[in-house]
Design a protein around this ligand. Structure first.
Ligand code: HEM
Length: 539
């Protein structure tokens, strides 16, 4: 009899070996490292995710719309389902957008979702940039992150603005007419540039020209930039707020897989649900009420989407008569001045991390985020920037303010002009002082604890109020920040001081002259000693 050897075949043998070799591969090791990565949590970190998820909704709904939208300015007579516009001449673009709204099943919901998601996208991006700014998250090694995030914001502005123009209704036509006028107002090249962008006399081929920019070029560049941003995030250690056990050399947070991924996935569905809920219940851009584009008939109350308001406001605030003659040509400053002011503002925002690093000379890596109060000058600058933007933004509604409050448009414009000049300076000064005062209060709290309101008489007859020391967590949060000092002016070998050195030293003094020193270990020990002695006496 011959003995037969039976080799047991485990049903999962092949897959086990496959998964083992996958785990050992370079990709597998990288994935394992990523999976165990700690991700710090804070509510302000959610803005970037909300922006990403809104962008996904915009992409998906945009693809749906593109099946039905016709980007053509050819005039047709409307014969669709919306009776009040029946028999009216309009472009194919508007005709197809009305078709999407009234005849395509679910079309209106998707159109509204596209519009609401784009509004949320820009709001979330703006909040993300603001939180990055006020916490100093743009400092080394994240200067490029800021630049990329800002570029995404600027591109989303372009996408939103070109999208707003596509339906070719009265509002989009008014916006396009304004832009046409602005381009024409640029000296020397204005007329050619307008011809290039619009493809001929207004409105010409503008819808057909904008459509590929809106639906393909800009979204593709945004996707590429999001890729760069994610790659940067993976290659860097995540920034975190100060807290017990957190330092520049570690990361305290939850694991990327599965906890963070599950939370973030939940947030995606929440964002998606909220956008759909708003889109199903709140009308946005009811083009059927506005009718076809006819810029000459635009009425008071014609508003762009919220994020473009600041450009409209900048144009409205230029005083009348700002123009002059040069070589027989009229040069209108009314267009150049707002372009220069807004362009300059955007450039400063985009380059701020590099400007601040140059002024402060701070080339260190920062992984602990600042509390805004601990960087009073930066916080002041941020508040000034927000007031500047908000004033321009508010000025875009100057006609509504004038009609609602029954005041002259000139008075409202003057009010906004004054606010634009004084508001940012006042905002800067107040915010900086408030930040410094809050820092002093933190110092006081750390060294002397929280006032309890309990007054006790000491054996010697002295009355004191009992202070409760802060717990370790709170104390860590309040003391963990870096000290900065103004740069010293150092002449070179020839004893000279260059203009740039002088300027840098002046700006650095402006940044750090008024400052509150962080509590030192020595002070902390001394403070604790006093408190514990006092507690001992009182108990
Ligand atoms: C950051 C990206 C985008 C933003 C901010 C954006 C924003 C907008 C806005 C505000 C409108 C006007 C909506 C309305 O009629 O009320 C619009 C229209 C439109 N968008 Fe986008 N969009 C983006 C990307 C896309 C993409 C990727 C596509 C297609 C693949 C697309 C296709 C369209 C089409 C076809 C319209 C015209 C139809 C309509 O107005 O309803 N969009 N977009």
């Amino acid at each position: 009899m011959t003995a037969t050897r039976v080799t047991p075949i485990h049903p999962f043998h092949v897959t086990d070996r496959l998964s083992e070799s996958l785990k050992r591969s370079a990709a597998g090791r990288a994935a394992a490292r990523l999976a165990t990565r700690a991700v710090p949590t804070h509510w302000s970190f959610m803005f970037a995710e909300v922006a990403l998820y809104s962008f996904i909704v915009v992409l998906v709904t945009g693809v749906f719309l593109s099946f039905f939208f016709d980007p053509s300015s050819t005039v047709v007579t409307y014969q669709g389902a919306y009776q009040p516009l029946s028999g009216i001449d309009m472009s194919r673009a508007l005709d197809s957008t009305l078709h999407i709204s009234f005849e395509v099943r679910g079309g209106l919901l998707i159109r509204q979702a596209h519009h609401w998601a784009s509004l949320l996208l820009l709001a979330a991006l703006a909040m993300h940039l603001l939180s990055m700014f006020f916490t100093g998250a743009f400092r080394r090694p994240r200067q490029l992150n800021w630049f990329v995030a800002f570029a995404v914001f600027a591109l989303c502005l372009i996408a939103g603005w070109t999208g707003y123009a596509l339906p070719d209704d009265m509002l989009s036509g008014t916006g396009l007419r304004i832009v046409h006028g602005v381009i024409l107002g640029i000296p020397v090249i204005g007329t050619w540039l307008a011809f290039l962008v619009f493809g001929g006399q207004f409105p010409s081929q503008i819808i057909a020209n904008f459509y590929p920019v809106h639906a393909i070029v800009v979204p593709l560049v945004i996707v590429a930039l999001i890729g760069v941003y994610v790659a940067l995030l993976i290659s860097q250690r995540p920034a975190q707020f100060a807290g017990p056990g957190r330092s520049n050399d570690n990361v305290v947070g939850i694991p990327l897989l599965p906890r963070y991924a599950a939370l973030s996935g939940g947030l995606f569905f929440l964002v998606f649900a909220v956008i759909l809920l708003i889109s199903a219940t709140v009308t946005i851009n009811p083009i059927w009420n506005y009718g076809p584009s006819s810029p000459g008939d635009a009425s008071a109350g014609s508003q762009p989407d919220w994020y473009m308001g600041f450009l409209d406001g900048a144009l409205r605030l230029v005083p009348p008569g700002w123009e002059f003659e040069l070589f027989g040509q009229t040069v209108t400053v009314a267009v150049l001045a707002p372009l220069a002011v807004v362009g300059g503002f955007m450039a400063v925002v985009a380059l701020y991390p590099f400007i601040e690093a140059w002024i402060t000379g701070d080339r260190r890596e920062h992984h602990i985020l600042d509390r805004p109060r601990n960087a009073p000058t930066r916080t002041g600058i941020g508040v000034a920037g927000v007031i500047f933007y908000a004033t321009l933004w508010g000025a875009a509604s100057s006609d509504i303010v004038a009609t609602q409050f029954r005041v002259s448009i000139e008075a409202v414009t003057l009010l906004y002009q004054v606010t634009l000049l004084i508001g940012p300076i006042a905002g800067f000064l107040i915010a900086r002082q408030v930040a410094l005062a809050l820092q002093r209060r933190d110092r006081e709290l750390v060294l002397h604890g929280v006032e309890t309101g309990r007054i006790v008489r000491m054996p010697g007859g002295e009355y004191i109020e009992v202070h409760r020391p802060l717990d370790a967590y709170e104390q860590w949060r309040l003391v963990d920040f870096e000290e900065h000092a103004p740069l010293m002016l150092r002449p070179d070998a020839q004893g000279r001081i260059t203009v740039s050195q002088w300027l840098r030293a002046r700006l650095s003094r402006f940044f750090f002259e008024d400052r509150v020193r962080p509590v030192t270990r020595k002070e902390l020990r001394r403070g604790r000693g006093v408190e514990s002695n006092r507690d001992h006496l009182l108990l």
